[in-house]
Design a protein around this ligand. Sequence first.
Ligand code: ATP
Ligand code: MG
Length: 649
Amino acid sequence: MSDQQNVYPVRDDFAANAWADKAKYEAMYQQSIDDPEGFWAEQAKRLDWIKAPSKIKNTSFARDNVDIRWFEDGLLNVSANCLDRHLDKRGDQTAIIWEGDNPDESKHITYRELYARTNQLANALKELGIGKGDTVTLYMPMIPEAAMAMLACSRIGAVHSVVFGGFSPDAVAQRVIGADSRLVITADESVRGGKHVPLKENVDAALTRDGTDVCKNVLVVKRTGGEIEWKEGRDVWFDELVDKQSNECEPEAMGAEDPLFILYTSGSTGAPKGLKHTTGGYLTYAAMTHQYVFDYQEGEIYWCTADVGWVTGHSYIVYGPLANGATTLMFEGVPSYPTHGRLGDIVDKHNVNILYTAPTAVRALMAHGDNVMDSSKRDSLRLLGSVGEPINPEAWEWFYRVIGNEKCPIVDTWWQTETGGIMIAPLPGATPLKPGSATVPFFGVKPALVDNEGNILEGATEGNLVLLDAWPGQARSIWGDHERYTQTYFSTYDGMYFTGDGCRRDEDGYYWITGRVDDVLNVSGHRMGTAEIESSLVAHSAVAEAAVVGFPHDIKGQGIYIYVTLSDGIEATDELKKELTQWVRKDIGPIASPDVIQWAPGLPKTRSGKIMRRILRKIAANECDGLGDTSTLADPSVVDELIEHRVNQ
Ligand code: ATP
Ligand code: MG
């Protein structure tokens, strides 16, 4: 497939002005692999250390002893690196641009203001008895107080666990218990797409569950002024407590390997895992990847549309950008409100230069046609980014052409909650782009493809994606369950970190994620990733989105069952089913010929917008009673609708 792909060469202006051109990327990459100690010792200097590390790398991937440490004798404070050290040079520069759900609401917060409020909040946390090593659960809207809360925790050495504000009381309870949280920080309500979500009410409900009595206080931001219940002695108003605090709070000296946060994965494949990330390596890696992959230049306005409830929000809304002294935009709402042109309107309003979003958002916009962004010009954009799922080449081209006006490189970034930061991605001044490929490894990243026995495969080939050595941003464990960590990531192939993703490497050494290994189809002995068939369908103008799964088939072993969401205004007919079948046969080959096509008005997705194929697989196999863990599903009604209209094979 790759040979027919367009290749987008590096633009001269990017190569000339970027942090890295091709020669520099290659030299730095080589050094990072040949001499990781020297390379990362140098990179650690991008941070301010209270005590500089002398031990750099001490890591083992051995199945019986998974132990990962970076900069282990160094001392530092994350909030001081994101705030204090910028005050002299850029105290009056905007740190956070906040754009409300309502397009008439926005505000700018300078580094000095962010510093002061974070310190006040840190002092407030202390007043509530929170200290070094305590855990705090954040269940918050996309408001600046969320970033302040993360930074305030890091200032006093508390460990935050951010729970996405769309989760249910049960999910909140599970995570409060899992992390042993003394405190929950929330808001009365959040506002998304014009609708109010009762966050405080959800916390109240969560804290009635068994085992949640570890939680002693709830700190409540007044976002909407909506009516809430109040539990005297437990609940505290954010502003009341924080306003009266001093805006100086000495940053705690933290060990590089002290925990910074706990964060749960999206739950695409099973029960979410609470990953433990630590301090020095994580921040070094988040800052460095933010600088190089987005080619962030002084003074630019940078916008990542993720929620702070996901790792993307941690590393690329808060920690990476603020460590680099960037201006980071935080958006409270959703791309479809009040119109589908909202993202473009925000870009114009704040002169955004770098826009980092997800394939699910691009596909949703694409379904509304090429004129969806006509209310904006987007002239300020310089670079686009994608994360979360494989981006179908068709969606990539549309993103490039319609949103980026054919002048912005797209960095397709492959990484995971577990990796802490971007692992495989182009550098815009160095790497020619191929739509649909995350391209090449970042500095210090050693990817490999292995067969099911763990043999390393060379050259252009396809296999299971593993990482052969540690990098500083890597999660160190699953919170409270190192055994599960070892089991999940290091037991499949000894001495290697297994990503769970399937991948192809082409003749230029580019990596193409083919989908989750758990989702791989095996049709008449041919193994096929989900991405290729789905991308073929999305390339048809009638198709907005598609998901492919296997189902038990007497002759072929597995048959191909396809769920298709049509673009706006397209009629679902049997004719069209035939046409799509022919389309895939012609594009990929008869082996990929769909056995069943079901029209899907919506697809089951995680709350971060990823397709949950494991649920689609159950529906296809007519095992609708045992759908597994559905707690991370964004909209359960989608599943009922699909079950009702399931096609019998
Ligand atoms: P769980 O681990 O609970 O099943 P999850 O894997 O969806 O959930 P995340 O850590 O948010 O949780 O997602 C990481 C995964 O997302 C990757 O393993 C990969 O499958 C997919 N992914 C992320 N970025 C890309 C990308 N640029 N291209 C292809 N796939 C991507
Ligand atoms: Mg995962």
